[in-house]
Design a protein around this ligand. Structure first.
Ligand code: 5GP
Length: 192
C-alpha cells in the first residue's frame, strides 16, 4: 500500500491548500500523469482513505470520478475496513462514547472543532446507508441517539450537524456505515 502510494506520488502533482479559517474545507488540485491510463495504480492509491478524501474535495475530473467509483466497488466487497481495527483497538483512537453496539471516536482529519464518527460495532452488511434493510432499524436508531449523546458530551447540543456520506458521489471513503457529528463552529448551508 505504502509503495503504491509512493509510486503514485511520483506520478501525480498533488497540492493541497487548507483553508480552515473561512470554510473549514480542503481544496486540492490534482494533475493526472501524462500518457496512457494508469488506472490500476490509481485504484491502489485511492484505497488510502485520506488521499481519497482529498480527491473528493477537489473539483473532480472524469478520471477522478471513475477512480472513486472503482474504489467504491472494491471497498464494497465486504472486506474489513480501518474501522474494524479501531473497534478491535488494534489501532488507537480517541473514544468519546461506547456501549455494546456503538462506538464513537474522534475523526483523524477533523473538519470542525468537534468531529466525531459514530459507527456500529457490528457492521452486519451496513457498508453504507444505502444497504440498510428493515432489520437494521434498531441499530440505525441507536446510532442516531448515540450522535445526540456525543453532541451533549462535546458541549455542542445547541447546534451540531450529523452527516452520512453514501457512496462515491457523496465521497464516502470508508465502507463501514458511520455518522459524522460536526460542531463547534458556524455551519454553512448548502453543504459542499
Ligand atoms: P467518509 O469519507 O467515508 O464519509 O468518512 C470517513 C472518515 O473516516 C473520514 O472523515 C476520515 O478522516 C476518517 N478516518 C479514516 N481513517 C481514520 C482513522 O484511522 N482514524 C480515525 N479516527 N478516523 C479515520
Amino acid at each position: 500500500m505504502i509503495s503504491a502510494q509512493k509510486s503514485m506520488a511520483a506520478l501525480i502533482s498533488f497540492s493541497l491548500l487548507r483553508n480552515y479559517a473561512t470554510t473549514g474545507s480542503i481544496v486540492a488540485s490534482v494533475r493526472a500523469p501524462p500518457g496512457p491510463s494508469s488506472y490500476p495504480s490509481f485504484i491502489n492509491f485511492l484505497t488510502a482513505n485520506h488521499s481519497r478524501r482529498y480527491l473528493c474535495r477537489a473539483s473532480a475530473t472524469d478520471d477522478e470520478e471513475a477512480a472513486a467509483k472503482a474504489a467504491a466497488i472494491i471497498a464494497d466487497s465486504g472486506a474489513p475496513t480501518i474501522f474494524d481495527k479501531i473497534i478491535a483497538k488494534e489501532i488507537p483512537s480517541t473514544i468519546v462514547y461506547e456501549d455494546d453496539k456503538v462506538l464513537a471516536f474522534k475523526d483523524i482529519d477533523p473538519q470542525a472543532p468537534v468531529h466525531v464518527l459514530v459507527i456500529p460495532k457490528f457492521r452486519d452488511g451496513l457498508t453504507q446507508l444505502g444497504e440498510a434493510e428493515p432489520r437494521h432499524g434498531e441499530i440505525l436508531g441507536q446510532l442516531l441517539y448515540a450522535a445526540r449523546i456525543v453532541a451533549q458530551k462535546e458541549g455542542i447540543l445547541d447546534g451540531f450537524r450529523v452527516v452520512i456520506n453514501n457512496g462515491p458521489t457523496a465521497c464516502q471513503s470508508v465502507y463501514h456505515l458511520h455518522l459524522h457529528v460536526l460542531g463547534g463552529r458556524q455551519m454553512k448551508w448548502p453543504p459542499g
